[in-house]
Design a protein around this ligand. Structure first.
Ligand code: CTP
Ligand code: MG
Length: 225
């Protein structure tokens, strides 16, 4: 599923973030290109804002034509928080699906290779898989006064991205307890299930601020629109 129901308050555009164009294609369209170009993906549920259902369907149809995908694409309406949108997406999956990827539309330049690595790791037996990259900064854990309480060993830290991949049954069990998280793997960890990190990619960064939009446009070789 691709979650695209957020408003994009930090980006600050009049339209929801997933519908802001980069180089002429909405962010959602770029994200779907990566997902639908992966031969392992047979069904996509797009979770969209209520007012943008039709537009989401049109964007998906155009991308399917463009990349020659025959995947089934459906659009459902999201909720107030990201976790609510993931829960809505789960409810929209067809019964036969056993492996589910949860992807942020905002990580719109995620390479197909990342999608395929995640699918392959779940298919090989992992119950939950997240792409991650090594962190370059040293990370400090602080208390409410800003005082450092711990300095985790940097080499053991990963900055995680999406798509996150799951056995469907495990993700549904996690969301049955609570959907309140910005990270689905975190919900699965709370069940005591093992979560595997595979190699992510710098291009899977999340478009969050106007600067990120510029970066994405530059990576696509176009000036921002
Ligand atoms: N998302 C969603 N439903 C929500 C909130 C977020 O589907 N209620 C999706 C966004 O569309 C995005 C992804 O979750 O693809 C990651 O969220 P984020 O980058 O925080 O997007 P927004 O919430 O839209 O941005 P902001 O926090 O700046 O408002
Ligand atoms: Mg948000």
């Amino acid at each position: 599923m691709v979650v695209a129901a957020g408003s994009g308050s930090r980006l600050g555009h009049a339209v929801p973030k997933a519908f802001v164009p980069i180089a002429g294609l909405p962010i959602l369209g770029h994200a779907l290109r990566g997902v639908l170009s992966s031969p392992g993906v047979s069904e996509v549920v797009v979770v969209a804002p209520a007012a943008h259902r039709g537009e989401a369907q049109d964007v998906a149809a155009a991308v399917c034509r463009d990349v020659g995908s025959h995947a089934d694409v459906t659009v459902v309406v999201g909720g107030a928080e990201r976790g609510d949108s993931v829960a809505a997406g789960l409810a929209g999956l067809s019964p036969e699906v056993e492996i589910v990827l949860v992807h942020d539309a905002a990580r719109c330049l995620t390479p197909v290779a990342v999608v395929e690595r995640v699918v392959a790791a779940v298919a090989a037996g992992a119950v939950a898989v997240v792409p991650g990259t090594a962190v370059v900064d040293t990370i400090k854990q602080v208390d409410e006064r800003g005082l450092v309480v711990a300095t985790p060993e940097r080499s053991s830290l990963r900055s995680v991205q999406t798509p996150q991949g799951f056995r469907r049954e495990v993700l549904e069990r996690a969301h049955a307890v609570s959907s309140a998280a910005t990270d689905d793997a975190g919900l699965v960890e709370r069940l005591g299930e093992r979560v595997l990190v595979v190699d992510g990619d710098a291009r899977a960064f999340k478009v969050t601020t106007p600067d990120d939009l510029e970066t994405a446009a530059r990576l696509l070789g176009m000036p921002a629109t």
